[in-house]
Design a protein around this ligand. Structure first.
Ligand SMILES: [Zn+2]
Length: 114
């Protein structure tokens, strides 16, 4: 799913929206000041950023919006980042489990039960 970023013309806060399909989201408003006067900007963290770039550019100290947590691609990003920082290559098992968590969380829960 593509991610679109909108910059609020009032307070310059950037709101990120995950867009389902090709339908442009309606009634968007700034999550900070509530203004509806938003301008779409080219996302820095767009859909085409590779996952290794996401890991490298991940900042553990940065403040996160709710959207960060709603984006399933960010699941395990912290762990990946810490491994990379420590120079540890993630194991095959770790990577495949993470991939499952990101794409089909239900299956991981089922796997753990079995
Ligand atoms: Zn605003």
């Amino acid at each position: 799913m593509p991610i679109y970023e909108y910059k609020c013309k009032s307070c310059r806060h950037i709101t990120t929206h995950l867009v389902q399909g090709y339908v442009a989201p309606v009634d968007l408003s700034c999550e900070q000041c509530g203004s509806g006067d938003l301008k779409r900007i080219i996302s820095k963290t767009n859909y085409h950023v590779s996952s290794s770039d996401r890991v490298s550019s991940y900042d553990p100290k940065a403040r996160r919006s709710d959207d960060f947590y709603k984006d399933s691609r960010n699941i395990g990003l912290h762990a990946e980042h810490m491994l990379e920082k420590a120079g540890v290559k993630p194991t095959e098992e770790f990577t495949s489990k993470l991939e499952k968590l990101r794409t089909d969380p239900g299956s991981v829960i089922k796997d753990s039960d079995g």
